[in-house]
Design a protein around this ligand. Structure first.
Ligand code: SAH
Length: 232
């Protein structure tokens, strides 16, 4: 088990990435520093060690593997694109080689997140932002909130007001919205600049205890977060 945020960031930075990212599936990997910040924060709250975690739209697995590196008991990796599964397997092998057999268990679920029926204590996800696959962000949020009572989910900042309403509709509330500048590495041909950065927000979401939206406060972005009138 890794014992500092710095060592987690270094470990995650060495993982294999998408070999040939698919723009339609919005295959943009989470930056290792950002992944380490989100996971370490959750770890400090006692939300990872010994817990069951699901990484929806896991890609090459950086978020779920980070959770295993911090002592998660079990991680479900859910991914629709079979082409990325070899890199995920390679990264899981690296985890075992470097951190030993003491790491938790995992399962790999190949399929559409909308059909995922598993349950966990926590979902950590960096889903498509819905830019190419309209509504994908909303579908991932609904799936995550079905799967676990606590969710960390990365999204485009511009969609915050819209997503806050989606969270409320699904019977939850946004506990915190942490902003990041997300580097989009020039791995896809459409990116002309060397490294573009976009404003991303990590939502920390709790499902209401009785699962109804009535139990949640009104849908309104947190006070410290930017407000946007347009849904995207
Ligand atoms: N979570 C990874 C990958 C982010 S990119 C990371 O943080 O680096 C989004 C991922 O979601 C891609 O791997 C893409 O193939 C996957 N994906 C897109 N639509 C999906 C769907 N409907 N069901 C499951 N996975 C999906």
């Amino acid at each position: 088990m890794l014992s500092s945020k710095g060592s987690l960031a270094v470990f995650l930075s060495r993982l294999a990435q998408f070999a040939a990212p698919d723009a339609l599936l919005e295959q943009y990997p989470t930056d290792s520093e950002i992944a380490a910040t989100i996971l370490w924060d959750a770890h400090m709250r006692g939300e990872i060690a010994g817990r069951r975690v699901a990484d929806l739209g896991c890609g090459t697995g950086i978020l779920g593997i980070g959770a295993l590196a911090l002592g998660a008991a079990h991680v479900a990796f859910v991914e629709i694109d079979a082409r990325v599964l070899p890199a995920l397997a390679q990264n899981l092998a690296r985890l075992r080689d470097e951190l030993g057999d003491g790491t938790g268990e995992h399962e790999i679920v190949h399929g559409d997140v909308s059909r995922y029926t598993g349950h966990a204590d926590l979902v950590v996800q960096n889903p498509p932002f819905g830019t190419r696959d309209a509504g994908a962000d909303t579908r991932f949020l609904a799936s995550a909130m079905r799967a676990a009572p606590l969710v960390y989910s990365l999204h485009k900042s511009a969609t915050l007001a819209h997503l806050t309403r989606v969270v409320h509709t699904n019977g939850g509330r946004v506990l915190a919205a942490t902003r990041f500048r997300f580097p989009l590495k020039p791995t896809m041909s459409e990116h002309r600049k060397r490294i573009a950065r976009i404003d991303v927000v990590c939502l920390r979401i709790a499902r209401a205890a009785d699962g109804t939206s009535q139990a949640s406060p009104p849908a309104r972005p947190p006070a410290h977060a930017p407000r946007s009138r347009s849904p995207r």
